[in-house]
Design a protein around this ligand. Structure first.
Ligand SMILES: C[S@@+](CC[C@H](N)C(=O)[O-])C[C@H]1O[C@@H](n2cnc3c(N)ncnc32)[C@H](O)[C@@H]1O
Length: 240
């Protein structure tokens, strides 16, 4: 998959591309991250990519011409990172990971000229109800969430058990030592009994989701086992 990122600050992506899973995904040719410097599409002497807003007021606005020109070299869906967009979630990451090529525009200052949004952007994505200085971090957040879902990048059973993938939060994790500072790892995890371990993990996922994000359980169609576990969880919680 190819992810183009249009930015005024391409160097911000150097660390992102050169570490851990993203680096391995690029080296393994599962992923190509093509960082495009918006300024290289500015044809004037000073490479001016932004200008004052019409109507006055604070801040600068990214000019339309360099963005239109840069987008001529891309194919696939165009996303604009914006606090006004639809809130990013795992479902969006899964859908986007199935695309061959996407382009993410990182805005800056007051944002980008609205004509780019009207003519070129397929949808706007927000990473939360707060305002950042630029779209570079949101672009990395979106690219990272997508990258780990591309087949071959990490093991399928690793991301399939992550929070939100199957509509539940993940269960707790433990590693060695089996006892630390007087706290022991739950016995079942040391038992080697895979059926019991799976059931314990499912129960913990259901419990966490019920306690932390009951909203995402509202539309869930529970299996027979999940119904039994939910009954146990509610009884246990009532006793406390
Ligand atoms: C200072 S913000 C502009 C905010 C804009 N004037 C507004 O109030 O909607 C500059 C850029 O940062 C990015 N940005 C800021 N907050 C964001 C968020 N929560 N999600 C996605 N992108 C964000 C966008 O690309 C935006 O164009």
């Amino acid at each position: 998959m190819k992810i183009n990122i249009l930015t005024l600050f391409p160097e911000m992506f150097n660390g992102f591309k050169s570490e851990s899973i993203i680096r391995r995904a690029i080296e393994g040719e599962f992923l190509k991250i093509n960082v495009i410097d918006i300024r290289s599409f500015c044809h004037d002497k000073h490479k001016q990519a932004d200008d004052l807003p019409f109507g006055g007021g604070a801040g600068m606005v990214l000019k339309p011409e360099p963005l239109f020109r840069a987008l001529e070299n891309t194919t696939g869906k165009v996303i604009y990172t914006s606090p006004q967009g639809k809130q990013f979630d795992q479902k969006m990451a899964i859908n986007l990971s199935e695309e061959e090529e996407i382009t993410i525009i990182a805005g800056h200052y007051e944002g980008i000229d609205e004509r780019v949004v009207e003519e070129k952007v397929d949808f706007e994505i927000s990473i939360g109800d707060f305002v950042l200085t630029g779209g570079e971090l949101p672009a990395m957040v979106i690219a990272d969430a997508i990258a780990r879902l591309i087949p071959g990048v990490i093991k399928k059973d690793s991301y399939e058990n992550d929070s939100f993938y199957n509509g539940l939060l993940d269960h707790p994790h433990y590693t060695r030592p089996a006892e630390y500072m007087g706290k022991a790892v739950p016995e079942v995890l040391l038992s080697g009994h895979h059926k019991n371990i799976d059931e314990w993990r499912l129960k913990q996922s259901l419990k966490r989701t019920l306690q932390r994000r009951p909203d995402i359980l509202e539309s869930r169609e529970f299996t027979k086992l999940e119904k039994k576990l939910m009954k146990e969880i509610k009884e246990e919680l009532c006793k406390k």
